[in-house]
Design a protein. Sequence first.
Length: 75
Amino acid sequence: MERVGLALSEYTYEQKLDLLETLWDDLARDDTVFRSPDWHEEILKDRTQVLSCGKIKISDWEEAKERIKKNVSCR
């Protein structure tokens, strides 16, 4: 397989995050190729329990992305 060369130093931080998100979405699209590690199940169980106890709240994905972008854009 030939490596894809990207001049990443020419991209902004936000562009790199967008590229990462685009790649992840594409990789995760085919669930026959992508398999989550077994330890993910334990993390999900723990988070479900914490959510049911009311210790955390759920955010809309768009709202969460904006909050993440705001937090990382200060770097």
